[in-house]
Design a protein around this ligand. Structure first.
Ligand code: DOR
Length: 419
């Protein structure tokens, strides 16, 4: 078992005893009325994803809370934070309440909504943040839409600070991006697709950091994709600014070369970048500049994806492929196993101030059991998500969650150990 949140991280063969949904004992040779054998597997805290799109309400043809949380459980996640770009937008109490209620009814994983920063994600007037906080939001974001106005960013940060909520920015300067559908560079030129420069992200981050320093509010950067952004965050953290950030598995695993075949599942915002960016992202993950691995699980249907690359809606699935992709880096030796698990558990918990992310005695038994070598052929039929938009389809992956426990109850059980 591995508990990254423990004072002296526990990394040893151990039994975990669970009673009434809580971890009551950790040690060797424990006795219990019922024993579930997970020998040779990793017992880690339930994974926590700071960034998913569950599409309910309003776009249930792509995903809904039931299918999205089923995909989360299958991926080893026990907590997911869902973005506000639903229809209607989660910019008011009624929508937040609906999401919380639906997720509770389904009961598969903990769903923590992220409220919009601005009404309708329009970047004009602030949303009902106080009301949404009351109803359960854990952060605010206009994700999918960057907050372009500096003045509004200042006010939003000040407001967020009042409620001690992190503000999550989709950092993309739309003036610099000019609607580019992929990364600006040699590959875009070769395949004839309009690109957007890496500085569209980092320029926005640089501006925001000035405002963060001014306001002292918590600022989190979604799906960091460029080397320059990593450098800016590293410097900001050194200066003590309350800044955090996340990286997605796909921005670590794929470069813009992946767009060469015009597969619209490789189109996302921010776009896939270069190997030099990936190297910097891995370094940022290793040294703690990057706090969390988040999937940006973004389901889309063939209506949005079976079109020309430039017309396609950006985004790809992430919940069921996150672990195998990240474990690949561990197997290659480019990412430390403990750091990888910390960035999927304790790191995200700390970033948004969520409970969980540890295996302490007394903690709620949200647990993920990983078979680090288990082969996984990714097929459309095998995906729990309602949508199938992933460039990894048909690939043989390795390493996956085999058992996910929510409060001691099996919400995913690949081999039927709990039956
Ligand atoms: O590629 C993306 N898709 N990036 C985003 O920021 C939004 C997301 C979506 O909602 O589909």
């Amino acid at each position: 078992m591995f508990d990254p949140a423990a004072q002296r991280p526990v990394d040893q063969a151990a039994d975990v005893r669970i009673t009434s949904g809580r971890i009551v004992e950790v040690g060797r040779g424990l006795v219990a009325p019922r024993i579930v054998d997970v020998k040779d597997m990793w017992i880690v805290p339930g994974l926590i994803d700071l960034h998913v799109h569950l599409r309910e309400p309003g776009q249930e043809y792509k995903e809904d809370i039931e299918t999205g949380t089923r995909a989360a459980a299958a991926g080893g996640f026990t907590t997911v934070c869902c973005m506000a770009n639903t229809k209607p937008v989660n910019d008011q109490r009624a929508v937040t309440e609906l999401i919380v209620r639906r997720a509770r009814e389904v009961g598969l994983v903990r769903v923590r909504p992220i409220g919009a920063i601005t009404q309708g994600l329009e970047g004009k007037a602030l949303a009902d943040i106080a009301e949404m906080k009351d109803a359960g939001i854990v952060a605010i974001s206009d994700d999918g839409r960057p907050l372009m106005s500096s003045g509004l960013m200042r006010r939003a940060l000040e407001y967020a600070k009042t409620f001690d909520l992190p503000l999550v920015q989709h950092a993309e300067d739309l003036d610099l991006a000019e609607g580019g559908a992929m990364n600006e560079g040699a590959v875009a030129t070769r395949i004839g697709i309009k690109g957007q420069p890496a500085c569209a992200e980092s320029a926005m981050v640089a501006r925001d950091l000035e405002i963060v320093e001014w306001t002292g509010a918590r600022y989190h950067i979604a799906h960091v994709s460029t080397a320059r952004t990593v450098a800016l965050v590293r410097d900001a953290k050194r200066r003590g600014l309350p800044v955090t950030c996340e990286v997605t598995p796909h921005h670590l695993a794929l470069t813009d070369e992946a767009c060469s075949h015009y597969d619209t599942n490789t189109k996302m915002m921010p776009p896939l970048r270069t190997q030099a960016d990936i190297d910097a992202l891995l370094e940022g993950l290793a040294d703690g500049t990057i706090d969390a691995i988040a999937t940006d699980h973004a389901p889309h249907s063939p209506v949005e994806k079976d079109v020309e690359f430039e017309c396609a809606t950006p985004g790809l699935l992430g919940l069921e492929t996150a672990l195998p992709i990240i474990l690949d880096f561990v197997r290659m030796g480019t990412l430390d196993d403990k750091r990888a698990i910390a960035a999927l558990t304790g790191g995200p918990a700390r970033t948004f101030g969520l409970p969980g992310g540890n295996l302490a005695v007394g903690a709620v038994a949200d647990i993920c059991v990983i078979d680090p070598e288990r082969p996984m052929m990714l097929t459309a039929d095998g995906i729990a998500s309602k949508s199938k938009n992933t460039p990894f389809l048909g690939q043989q992956l390795a390493g996956r969650a085999v058992l996910t426990l929510l409060e001691g109850r099996a919400v995913y059980d690949l081999d039927g150990r709990f039956r």
